[in-house]
Design a protein around this ligand. Structure first.
Ligand code: ATP
Length: 426
């Protein structure tokens, strides 16, 4: 998929001592429209690279005066840009160590320029925050960051099973610098546990005590919270203190309460199956995590995130994935959401040595998974991804994005409608 000028305006730092390789990358990246600055030694780069403010640092792993690890260690402290390392086969172990230390990606020399550019484009996806590049997840991330400063406000996360409610809760927990432990309470398991559940929760050394000093109490499946426990949680939220079971003195609760549910709590409250007063307390800040099928931009991003995690675990390069498999993933409905995606990718990566193909990812879809991608689908995929990048770069400003893409505003609107990009603005 070749884009004319797909790197237009990107600031790229290149550290490469080999004159031929450096020159060739400088030319090719510049032809793609990038603003490239080239350094030939680690020492030079350390002096002036941070002031250039690159969006990505492309770095040879072996330099005459520096090793990749030492340079990364020194430079990463002064630039927030992701690092893409270029490595020889014999240096793969070092590349994997660098990924563990926080490098974003690496390519093995010799590489095909198209593949290299795709990796760069992925790193350049603007706003691809911790939770995903879709507008919906970026919004949620921003809201969670604001809530991180307000531990006394309970948060309710609603969304289908597997959408990442617990991932969002952990993100919120980790965004707060005063963090105790993250304590998970599976409310669905409390019903049958009798008095034991009450002690496990409210005892002197129970879960609530564990989260009391700046931790997070994550109430998963809060709709299943047994009736008899609901009044005690109401008091915990209202008074920010609890009386330990067994008669100890009341203790302050300085932790954060995050609840998650896939049920319609309001509907349940109307039917008298969940206390309305408790609903109002836990829903002080309600966020809905959309299903994966409604945030297409996240699908490939999540797949590659999972592949990189697999690489870190196995100490081997990230498994490759074919364009056909990516297309099928974009078309799939994902009823099990991100959990399903993770299971499919992990299973495929475990069972195949070759690049992951459609049938590896969707063995349950029989022959259809083997189908060859239609040219029209491939073109739509490329256009959709590139329009999204343009919209993200211009903060959703359609006229500016059209100018960036070299097409008219009305053509861009038509394409956005046809490609289903008009719904959330990109
Ligand atoms: N944004 C994300 N980034 C990385 N991994 C994610 C993300 N969202 C979800 N996952 C992965 O998907 C799986 C399901 O996520 P999680 O447990 O947070 O979902 P959930 O909505 O709490 O599910 P349930 O309702 O079934 O409890 C986990 O393995 C998690 O690691």
């Amino acid at each position: 998929m070749a884009f004319e000028g797909s790197l237009r305006g990107c600031r790229l730092a290149l550290i490469e001592d080999d004159a031929v390789m450096g020159e060739s990358l400088l030319v090719r990246l510049s032809l793609e429209g990038a603003d490239v600055r080239w350094w030939t030694s680690g020492a030079e780069a350390s002096r002036s690279l941070p002031a250039f403010g690159p969006e990505v640092v492309i770095c040879d792993i072996r330099l005459p005066d520096d090793g990749g690890e030492a340079l990364f260690d020194r430079l990463a402290r002064h630039t927030p840009a992701p690092f893409l390392f270029m490595t020889a086969y014999s240096d793969i172990e070092q590349a994997v160590r660098l990924m563990r230390a926080g490098a974003a990606d690496y390519v093995t020399k010799p590489f095909e320029f198209g593949d290299f550019r795709t990796r760069l484009e992925r790193l350049l996806l603007p706003g691809a925050g911790a939770l995903g590049p879709s507008a919906a997840m970026r919004r949620i991330e921003a809201q969670l960051l604001r809530l991180a400063a307000r531990p006394a406000v309970p948060v309710l996360l609603t969304g289908e099973t597997g959408v990442g409610k617990q991932v969002c809760a952990r993100f919120l927990h980790e965004a707060d610098p005063v963090s105790g432990p993250f304590v998970v309470v599976d409310c669905a398991a409390l019903g049958g546990a009798g008095d034991g559940a009450e002690a496990a929760l409210f005892g002197e050394t129970g879960m609530i005590a564990a989260a009391a000093e700046g931790g997070t109490l994550f109430l998963d499946e809060v709709a299943e919270l047994p009736d008899r426990l609901q009044p005690r949680f109401l008091r915990l939220i209202d008074e920010r203190c609890f009386a330990p079971t067994g008669g100890g003195a009341p203790r302050p609760f300085k932790g954060r309460i995050v609840c998650a549910t896939h049920a319609d709590l309001r509907g349940l409250a109307k039917q008298g199956r969940f206390r309305e007063d408790l609903l109002f307390r836990v829903d002080a800040a309600g966020l809905t995590v959309p299903p994966l099928r409604d945030r297409q931009e996240d699908i490939l991003w999540l797949m590659h995130l999972i592949l990189r995690r697999i690489a870190t675990e196995t100490g081997r390069p990230p498994p490759a994935i074919t364009a056909g498999a990516e297309l099928l993933a974009l078309r799939h409905d994902w009823p099990g959401n991100v959990r399903e995606l993770r299971n499919r990718v992990e299973r495929a990566a475990a069972l195949t040595e070759a690049p992951i193909g459609p049938a590896d990812l969707f063995p349950d879809q029989g022959d259809t998974a083997e189908g060859f991608a239609l040219l029209a689908d491939t073109r739509d995929l490329a256009e959709r991804q590139h329009i999204r990048r343009a919209l993200a770069r211009t903060d959703g400003n359609v006229p500016e994005a059209a100018a960036l893409l070299g097409i008219s505003r009305s053509t861009l609107f038509d394409k956005m409608r046809r490609l289903g990009l008009a719904r959330d603005g990109g």
